[in-house]
Design a protein around this ligand. Structure first.
Ligand SMILES: Cc1cc2nc3c(=O)[nH]c(=O)nc-3n(C[C@H](O)[C@H](O)[C@H](O)COP(=O)(O)OP(=O)(O)OC[C@H]3O[C@@H](n4cnc5c(N)ncnc54)[C@H](O)[C@@H]3O)c2cc1C
Length: 329
């Protein structure tokens, strides 16, 4: 019988990513409701002692594949390895993050296992039969669908930065199950030949705690320096609306929204952004939204927790100035 709530952890360069703690915490919360155990799967290289940390976020057991051949994410190899472990152990639920890697991996895995998948969920719970019920935004965030993923395991991915983290319990040590690679690297269909790291030092949008975003109201690329100054003080990333990207003011990688990145920071400051539904689709799950717009009727104010009706060229430098004072105190 399918048993246990499982998750797939993510690492980069042998370091666990925050999304790993999010899926572990979510699995623990569900397992406590269901009265069952939590197990994780971690694949990578240089992982000695790394998986233990997952125990502090609720994992009872972690299956670790620690091999140079899979140090970097390889879609087909990772799918095969996880599918093999899952088939041998029959978990009831399998949770991944809806990170870039998780979206790719979960879709492949669901197809390989022949089960359904609830993608990019903002809430996971159990029904009276202890079956996983997932809530996910649909129609660019206009509605939320409640989904019962079919098959065993029931699979879901969770939107990064949305699922609350458990308070880590340093006394908890998970059982580590070292799994052999079980595949011949010579038969891998893909290999990573080089990784070009972003050397700009910019904070990745999807991982940022705070985002300062600018739209068409910025009037030109040269004016983003006022957002960058504020962002630097806050330790924030700078985002943009599609209008700003289409105008060539900002790179596509900065775009937030339906056809850009989906972000859920603790604080999202939207400057000169009207709040079109396609933009909201990418940021409406932010914990606190601040909007600066000179039009009091702008739709963004319906979503914002705090609204500043003002010319952004006055308001943003003032915010920066006040923040500097606070930080200097
Ligand atoms: C299929 C599809 C996918 C899309 N995907 C995305 C997406 O991923 N992301 C996205 O953002 N959009 C997306 N869009 C576009 C979206 O519909 C909007 O056109 C876009 O979000 C508008 O960008 P904006 O708010 O910057 O510009 P506008 O709608 O032009 O708004 C500019 C705002 O700036 C304010 N403003 C102007 N000057 C100032 C000033 N000096 N001070 C303060 N406020 C000022 C104005 O009052 C206005 O509210 C998509 C559209 C389609 C059809």
């Amino acid at each position: 019988m399918a048993e246990g709530i499982w998750f797939v952890a993510e690492q980069r360069d042998g370091q666990l990513r925050k999304v790993s703690f999010e899926v572990a915490s979510t699995a623990r919360r569900l397992a406590d409701q269901a009265g069952t155990s939590v197990a994780g799967i971690l694949i990578g290289a240089g992982l000695d002692g790394v998986a233990e940390k997952l125990g502090t976020y609720g994992a009872d057991k972690v299956f670790v594949v620690n091999d140079e051949a899979v140090g970097q994410y390889l879609p087909m190899a990772y799918t095969q390895i996880i599918a093999n472990i899952v088939k041998e152990n029959s978990p009831a639920v399998l949770i991944l993050s809806a990170s870039t890697q998780g979206k790719d991996l979960s879709a492949r895995l669901a197809a390989r296992l022949g089960v359904g998948l609830a993608m990019d969920c903002i809430e996971l719970g159990l029904n009276d039969d202890k079956k996983l019920v997932a809530k996910r935004p649909i129609y660019a965030g206009k509605a939320v669908a409640e989904v019962l993923p079919l098959g065993a395991p029931q699979m879901a991915t969770t939107r990064p930065n949305v699922m609350p983290l458990l308070e880590p319990d340093e006394s908890k040590k998970p059982e580590i199950v070292n799994q052999p690679l079980g595949l011949d690297p010579a038969e891998f269909k893909t290999k990573v030949v080089d990784i070009l790291k972003d050397t700009s030092g910019k904070i990745e949008l999807t991982e940022a705690d705070i985002i300062v975003s600018g739209g068409r109201g910025m009037k030109g690329p040269e004016n983003y320096n006022i957002l960058e100054e504020l962002a630097d003080l806050l330790g924030a990333a700078v985002g943009a609306s599609r209008s700003a990207v289409d105008a060539g003011w900002r790179p596509q990688t900065d775009q937030v929204g339906q056809t850009g990145k989906v972000v859920s920071p603790n604080l999202y400051i939207a400057c000169g952004i009207s709040g079109a539904i396609q933009h909201l689709a990418g940021m409406s799950s932010s914990k606190v939204i601040v909007a600066v717009n000179k039009d009091p009727e702008a739709p963004i104010f319906q979503k914002a927790d705090y609204g500043v009706v003002a010319d952004l060229f006055d308001a943003v430098p003032l915010m920066t100035q006040e923040l500097k004072k606070v930080l200097e105190e």
